[in-house]
Design a protein around this ligand. Structure first.
Ligand code: NDP
Ligand code: 2IT
Length: 458
C-alpha cells in the first residue's frame, strides 16, 4: 500500500530534518563526507517523520546522527630503519541499539574523523538491513600500507591493537577489514589481542583466516553479495548478467570477488582499476592474472597489460566510467563516480549500477541515474553481504563450529535477496517506488528506531 501524507505533515517533517541536518553540519564542521552521508539518509527519511510525528518528539534523528562515542589514539611504531613513526587511530561506536558495534577498520592515508563517521553512520543502517543482531561502528588509521614491509605491517598492527583492545570485545564491538585491512592484517591484530587478553576470544574480530576461526566465504562475501543484489535488480527489468559487459572499479577484495561472480554468471568484465589507473580488456579480464598481481603479489594493475597485449592500460582511474557497459560496479572508494561520469555511463547505455564500495557515487551522480531510469543499488544495501557474513562468522565462533562454504554462501544469497525485497517494499510503501536509496534508508532506519524506542532514552 502506498502511503500519502498531508502537505503540512510533509512540510513539518522537512523542516525537522533540515533543522537536524543544520545542527549536524555545525557540530561537525569541515566533515564533508559525513555531511554527504547525512544529507542522503536524512532526505530519504522525510516520509517516515511525516508518518510518525512522535519520532520527532523522541529526538530519533538527533540521537541517530550523534555517535554513542568515538576514540582517537596515538599509534607509535618502529619502521625497518629503526625510526619511530606516529599515526592516528580511530574507532567510532555509532549505534548499539540492535547489537554490538560492528564494522571494519580502514588503513589509508586519507582516514580522518569525517571518513570514519560517514562510514560508521552508513554501517548502522547497513547492519540493520542484514537482519542480523549487529549495531554499527567503524575505525582505522591514517597509516599508508603501500610500500611497507611485512614486518612493518605487523608492528603497526600490534601497536594499533595495543590501544584498541580496551575498547572492543566479542559482545561490545567487533571490528573487521576494509580498505588496506585484509586477512593478513586481521591475523596480526588478532594475535596481539590474544596476547594482551591471554585468552582465545575468536568473536572479537571477523574476517579471520579459517585456520583459526574465520568463516569460509567471508573473503568472497562482499563482492558475491553485491552481484546477487544486482542480479535481483536486473531480474526486475528482465535483464541478466549473461551476455552483459561489466565495468568494475578497484582491484581489491570487493572488486575481485564481484568480478568472479559476474564472470560465473556469464558476464564479460571489460575493465578494472587501482588508484593509479585502469586496464581495459575488451575480450574479458583474466581474473587469475588480477589475483596473482593483487592478492599474492600486492602489485599494480598496470602489470596486467604486460601479460595481456590485447589489453590497454590507461593512467588515472577516473576514465574507467567512459567505457561502454551495461553494468557498472564501483568497488574502490568514496566519491569515485561523479555527475559527469554518470552522464557518460548513461550516454553509453548503462542499465544498472551496483555500489560495492561505500558511497562511491556523489549525490549528483545518483540523481542522474534516477532521472535516467538506471537501476541503482545503493552501497548500504548492495555491499551488505560482507558484514552479513561477518555476523555469520560471529555466530559460528559463539557456537564453536565451522560451516561449509556452500552453507555460508547459501545464507548470503538469501540475505541479499531479502535485503532487495525489503528495500523495494519500503520504497513502495513510503511513496518512492523503485528508489532503492529511499528504500534502504527507510528499511534500515525503522528497525533501529524501533529498537531505540523499546530501550528508552539512552
Ligand atoms: P582493498 O584495500 O582490498 O581494495 C581497495 C581498492 O580500491 C584497491 O584497488 C585500491 O587501489 C582502490 N582504491 C582505494 N582508495 C582509492 C582511492 N582513493 N582512489 C582510487 N582507488 C582507490 O579494499 P576493499 O576491496 O575491502 O574495499 C573497497 C571498498 O569496498 C571500500 O569503499 C570499502 O569501504 C568497501 N567495502 C568493503 C567491504 C569488505 O568486506 N572488505 C565490505 C563493504 C564495503 P590501490 O591498491 O591503488 O590503493
Ligand atoms: O563496510 C563494510 O561493511 C565492511 N568493511 C565490512 C564490515 C564487517 O564488519 O565485516
Amino acid at each position: 500500500m502506498i502511503e500519502t501524507y498531508s502537505q503540512s505533515a510533509v512540510a513539518e517533517a522537512k523542516a525537522y530534518v533540515e533543522n537536524v541536518y543544520r545542527s549536524v553540519v555545525l557540530r561537525n564542521p569541515h566533515e564533508s563526507e559525513f555531511h554527504q552521508a547525512a544529507r542522503e539518509i536524512f532526505d530519504s527519511l522525510v516520509p517516515v517523520f511525516a508518518k510518525h510525528p512522535d519520532y520527532r518528539q523522541l529526538g530519533l534523528l538527533e540521537r541517530l546522527s550523534e555517535p554513542e562515542r568515538m576514540v582517537t589514539f596515538r599509534v607509535a611504531w618502529v619502521d625497518d630503519s629503526g625510526r619511530v613513526q606516529v599515526n592516528r587511530g580511530f574507532r567510532v561506536q555509532f549505534n548499539s541499539a540492535i547489537g554490538p558495534y560492528k564494522g571494519g577498520l580502514r588503513f589509508h592515508p586519507s582516514v580522518n574523523a569525517s571518513i570514519v563517521k560517514f562510514l560508521g553512520f552508513e554501517q548502522v543502517l547497513k547492519n540493520s538491513l542484514t537482519g542480523q543482531p549487529i549495531g554499527g561502528g567503524k575505525g582505522g588509521a591514517d597509516f599508508d600500507p603501500k610500500g611497507k614491509s611485512d614486518m612493518e605491517i605487523m608492528r603497526f598492527c600490534q601497536s594499533f591493537m595495543t590501544e584498541l583492545y580496551r575498547h572492543i570485545g566479542a559482545d561490545t564491538d567487533v571490528p573487521a577489514g576494509d580498505i588496506g585491512v585484509g586477512s593478513r592484517e586481521i591475523g596480526y591484530l588478532y594475535g596481539q589481542y590474544k596476547r594482551i587478553r591471554g585468552a582465545s576470544e575468536a568473536g572479537v574480530l571477523t574476517g579471520k583466516n579459517p585456520l583459526y576461526g574465520g568463516s569460509l566465504a567471508r573473503t568472497e562475501a562482499t563482492g558475491y553479495g553485491c552481484v546477487y543484489f544486482v542480479q535481483k535488480m536486473l531480474q526486475s527489468a528482465d535483464l541478466d548478467f549473461r551476455g552483459s559487459r561489466v565495468v568494475v572499479s578497484g582491484s581489491g577484495n570487493v572488486s575481485i570477488y564481484a568480478m568472479e561472480k559476474a564472470i560465473q554468471l556469464g558476464a564479460t568484465v571489460v575493465a578494472c582499476s587501482d588508484s593509479a589507473g585502469y586496464i581495459h580488456d575488451p575480450d574479458g579480464i583474466d581474473l587469475e592474472t588480477v589475483k596473482r598481481i593483487k592478492e599474492a603479489g600486492r602489485g599494480r594493475i598496470a602489470e596486467y597489460a604486460a601479460e595481456h597485449p590485447q589489453a590497454i592500460y590507461v593512467e588515472g582511474c577516473g576514465g574507467i566510467w567512459s567505457l561502454p557497459c551495461e553494468i557498472a560496479l564501483p568497488c574502490a572508494t568514496q566519491n569515485e563516480l561523479n555527475e559527469q561520469d554518470a552522464e557518460r555511463l548513461i550516454a553509453n547505455g548503462v542499465k544498472a549500477v551496483g555500489e560495492g564500495a561505500n558511497m562511491p557515487s556523489t549525490l549528483e551522480a545518483i540523481d542522474r541515474f534516477h532521472a535516467a531510469g538506471v537501476l541503482f543499488g545503493p552501497a548500504k544495501a548492495a555491499n551488505a553481504g560482507g558484514v552479513a557474513v561477518s555476523a555469520l562468522e560471529m555466530a559460528q565462533n559463539s557456537a564453536r563450529v565451522s560451516w561449509t562454504f556452500e552453507k555460508v554462501d547459501g545464507q548470503l544469497h538469501r540475505i541479499m535477496e531479502k535485503i532487495y525485497a525489503d528495500c523495494t517494499e519500503a520504497a513502495e510503501e513510503y511513496g518512492h517506488p523503485g528508489n532503492l536509496v529511499v528504500g534502504a534508508n527507510i528499511s534500515g532506519f525503522l528497525k533501529v528506531a524501533g529498537a531505540m524506542i523499546a530501550q528508552g532514552v539512552v
